[in-house]
Design a protein around this ligand. Structure first.
Ligand SMILES: [Zn+2]
Length: 417
């Protein structure tokens, strides 16, 4: 589905986003093609592309090799150097960060181990990561902000901040206010699965999909439903916390207080337990090799059981939500996810069976291990790059800086997406 422009009052920021979105989705597109897709007049589209060019979000290129006589036509592309943002992914025991440009390329990346129980250490570590990334020669001038992705739920509930797959012992997110104050940058945050989903929506395998389910397979297991390219949040922002859906009656006890939760079988924490190690995240290369050689029986056995649970999860998600596809991302090694998906086939019968081809029901993130960081980095720019009707409700102001031209809400404090 392509969003169409509107002629109502105060619609300029919205129309600019529509045009920017069409350019992002197509990669390269001519003005004439934009006019056809967004149903705005050629003059309006010309004004908009001029505006977008003047603020550096797009660049014009001559299309070479065109058959038409005269001047070669002009095409527009997103300007990779139109800005950048920093994404920080917090997982139990580890913080990873990257500097990402406007087209989703990771320009610099860094990862450190940190005791995430100690929030002062986490703050010091995030500050160091931000400083380090900004010192890199690749760091461009315009920084949109810092996005932080962390395991949910983030609102105080029965199952928040408990267990080894969460940021255990945290009671609130005031550390993010401290990060904003210390860096003087805008800080956005989100549950890791929401960030990952938005990352796939902007730059990943879900780039052309409006509705899909994102499964976040990291230390724990989470999920996010994307509807019309917005994450469905639920009443308190805790929707689709699939890791704690009980799937095995009388199964393994879970730190949430229930038993048989999906995450107890399908997560990197569950794999670490099965292998008798503290953490598997630094063993990605070993796991990949052992999977190729079929050389580790404990690993094989865990994979068979985890694949059974994945097959159940896919059926539950499909029958509940009827998503176009299920995208799997997160910090799990790609080879591991590929093996689980292969073992989960044939999938169970569901409302997607017979409609979608088996290979269309599950897609793997192309960024796999980087999908969390990319998702975090998307948080400061998602609001600008994704046309949503809420923008129509914002007033247009006289100043012509980027935020105003794009109808971006002001975010002087920490913003949650
Ligand atoms: Zn649980």
């Amino acid at each position: 589905m392509v969003n169409r422009g509107t002629t109502q009052q105060s619609s300029a920021p919205y129309n600019r986003r529509i045009v920017l979105d069409v350019i992002r989705r197509h990669g390269t597109i001519s003005r004439k093609e934009i006019v056809e897709k967004v149903s705005l007049s050629p003059q309006t589209v010309a004004n908009i592309t001029n505006d977008l060019e003047s603020i550096g979000l797009i660049v014009a290129r001559r299309i070479t090799g065109a058959k038409s006589p005269g001047q070669p036509p002009i095409a527009f592309v997103l300007n990779p150097d139109g800005g950048s943002s920093i994404g920080i992914s917090l997982e139990p025991g580890r913080a990873s960060a990257a500097l990402v440009n406007l087209v989703g390329d990771i320009q610099a990346r860094k990862e450190v181990m940190v005791d995430t129980h100690d929030r002062r250490q986490v703050l010091a570590c995030m500050l160091e990561l931000v400083k380090d990334l900004l010192r890199r020669p690749t760091a461009p001038g315009r920084l949109w902000g810092v996005g932080v992705a962390l395991p949910g739920p983030l609102v105080k509930t029965d199952i928040s901040f408990v267990g080894p797959t969460a940021l255990e012992g945290w009671t609130d997110l005031s550390v993010l206010d401290d990060l904003r104050d210390a860096t003087r940058l805008q800080v956005f945050y989100s549950v890791d699965s929401v960030a990952g989903a938005l990352g796939e929506s902007l730059f990943g395998v879900a780039k052309t999909l409006d509705t899909f389910f994102y499964m976040h397979f990291g230390v724990g297991l989470g999920g996010t439903l994307v509807v019309n390219r917005s994450a469905y949040r639920g009443t308190n922002g805790n929707a689709t916390e699939i890791g704690h859906i009980p799937v095995v009656p009388g199964g393994i006890a879970c730190y949430c207080g229930n038993a048989g939760c999906l995450e107890r079988y399908l997560s990197l924490h569950s794999l670490a337990e099965a292998l008798g190690v503290e953490d598997v995240r630094d063993r990605g290369a070993d796991i990949t090799l052992q999977l190729t050689q079929n050389s580790n029986e404990a690993l094989q056995s865990w994979c068979r059981q985890a694949a059974d649970r994945l097959r159940d999860a896919v059926c539950i998600i499909e029958n509940m939500l009827d998503p176009r596809t299920i995208v799997i991302g997160g910090s799990a090694p790609k080879a591991l996810v590929e093996r689980l998906v292969a073992l989960a086939h044939p999938l169970l019968r569901s409302v997607r069976g017979g409609v979608a081809l088996p290979e269309e029901r599950i897609l793997l993130s192309e960024r796999q291990e980087d999908s969390s960081i990319l998702g975090a980095a998307v948080l400061p720019i998602y609001d600008m790059l994704s046309p949503r009707v809420e923008v129509l409700q914002q007033e247009r102001r006289a100043e012509s800086d980027v935020a105003d031209l794009m109808g971006q809400r002001s975010a002087s404090r920490v913003g949650r997406l």
